[in-house]
Design a protein. Sequence first.
Lengths: 405, 405
Amino acid sequence: MSLIVQKYGGTSVGNTERINSVAKRILETQRAGHQVVAVVSAMAGVTNRLIEMANEVSPDNEPTDREMDVLLATGEQTTIALTSMAINAMGGKAISLTGAQAGIVTDGDHTKARISNITPDEVHRLLDENHIVILAGFQGRSPDGRITTLGRGGSDLTAIAMAAAIDADLCQILTDVDGVYTCDPRVVPKARKIDEISYDEMLEMASSGSKVMQSRSVEFAKKFGVKFEVRSSLNENPGTIVTEEHPNMESVVVRGVSIEREQAKVTIENVSDEPGVAAKIFHAISDSGVVIDMIVQNVSKTNQTDISFTLHRSDLKKAKQTIDPILKDLGNESSIETTDGIGKLSVVGIGMRSHSGVAAQMFAALANNGINIQMISTSEIKTAVIIKEEDLEQSANIVHSAFNL
Amino acid sequence: MSLIVQKYGGTSVGNTERINSVAKRILETQRAGHQVVAVVSAMAGVTNRLIEMANEVSPDNEPTDREMDVLLATGEQTTIALTSMAINAMGGKAISLTGAQAGIVTDGDHTKARISNITPDEVHRLLDENHIVILAGFQGRSPDGRITTLGRGGSDLTAIAMAAAIDADLCQILTDVDGVYTCDPRVVPKARKIDEISYDEMLEMASSGSKVMQSRSVEFAKKFGVKFEVRSSLNENPGTIVTEEHPNMESVVVRGVSIEREQAKVTIENVSDEPGVAAKIFHAISDSGVVIDMIVQNVSKTNQTDISFTLHRSDLKKAKQTIDPILKDLGNESSIETTDGIGKLSVVGIGMRSHSGVAAQMFAALANNGINIQMISTSEIKTAVIIKEEDLEQSANIVHSAFNL
């Protein structure tokens, strides 16, 4: 008998019919001889309707964060009750727990709280009594008893954190895809499912646009060594195991290719090549709330240099408005140039550490097909390039083939 | 400065626009110099939709009671968050509390829990910080931390119990009527609002069909001496004060007239006039879940008697099915007769205690208009008669005039 944590997302529990399917699957897992904790999200669409109502009663301001959490937490609470009822109606023994009831304590940072500790006594007690535990994802309570929510990707985080707290044998993230692919199959028809991937590769894939899961949950899993599986809630196919890296993994040089669309680029030219200038720029950007991705600064041979960074296209205007007023502080001849219509292509793999030439091979494959590279950025296990957005899909196929994925 | 508990029902908070009106009213109450705890119900229609979903995932059985409470409690939780947000958006300082957070502890009898005690420390703390407290009606927690709900009329009960626990100066039940009337104005156009009524009169009115509030909340208010006011959430008219009786109240002989439609009558004839027979009948009825109202048994001069009772028409078939199998145990010649198409007319008033002749005056008024009385039942402060349902409205007007209401 093993102890399994399963997580079902909002689409999987999107209506009562789907909740019945999920209930059946959870019950079958228990009847196969396992103890089961199932984490469920709010039914698809519910959270948006709640936010809509919040905006209606708070038309001119942001709705109070604290109350937003009280409101949003009802979404998962509805799902846990319905899922438990469905299991009970099928002859199973299920009991629902809210985040607070399950002992999930967070900090008090409403709408984006961080889990500080979990006291899973009640979960253990219910499992020992042969109950299936249906746990509300995305939520917890602050030390003084307020309802908190964990922000985007919160239900994945609940599943992984609870798996760590109860020392589960397996954590399954059940979703609407079969697992993690070598590339988005809608872009690269030859893409295939990856059987096993390391946390670091998964993180680089996530930060490069393969949004199967938020980075935050993967980081948590890595920190606490929680092995988990991403698999489909719609079929019985094995999914992708995400785990600590082991030597065998290095035999594959490139694990996957990911693309990110709708990127934009800001280049600030002729800034003084002196300490503090970059800090000035990125403090201002950070204060404005714009999220940036790649930063590239090349060595300069004069006392001036150029600094470029990429960001989502929707933030481009705000970034320019942020830089414009401080441009004169950056250098006498500083100017700003913005470009959109670009995208990012990344190859990821821990094998890169021990295999040289990955970047060269990637660049050559692109060059042979006439694709121009505008920017390059690398990490230990990732090589990313910025290219024209219109070239993105073709390039993904080229690179996918070049590495025989 | 006084401490006021207000309660707003599901219709008053039926959509975000109405929540905004309620928020405005609550805020105005605070700005008039009071401390305010506002108890709110689930938005009208929400509870029914939740029950519908529960039945969809539990088609062949009753949904689990425990999970039903987890589900239903989301209704009020949604309203408290939205109401608090609305007040905050108007510049007020509101904080929401679920039943559990407000220290409302109940027994573990899911879907119809009884309040066992209230620890209002958090409510006091928030009031002391000048917050408006928005409290979820209808819900609490069991001693071991499960979510419970209080059943029908639960939000009224929350308001009255919290008013008792924090020793509020006033408890206002805000609803869609202006108060308690001498009779239903749709039936008796001359009916007028009652300014003040005793708990006992209110209880008799409630049990006689004037369903402004469930008896249970009035009983609780009586037990703990909570004076409360029933008034409209749609205007500023003063409502009806419900309070302990005082000598002045006796000057009014009859406080009000109430009617109950769709009644039916079961008569069991020729039952043995010996100990235990009535018990046999009413144990069986009680076990079947049928709720009965009046019971009449006349003195017998032989060793046989007749027992009659009234009940709602919809329970008539079930009652007959319950009695039929035990008929032979009740007496050798026992038979059962059922009648529907009847209604109940009651006059209520604590003045009856000191004024004789109320029943006679009522019977005379009806007789003068050719209304036949089928059954009579009296309590210390009520006289009720069963008549044909088709005579009910005319009779209400006759009696209302006879007592100069």
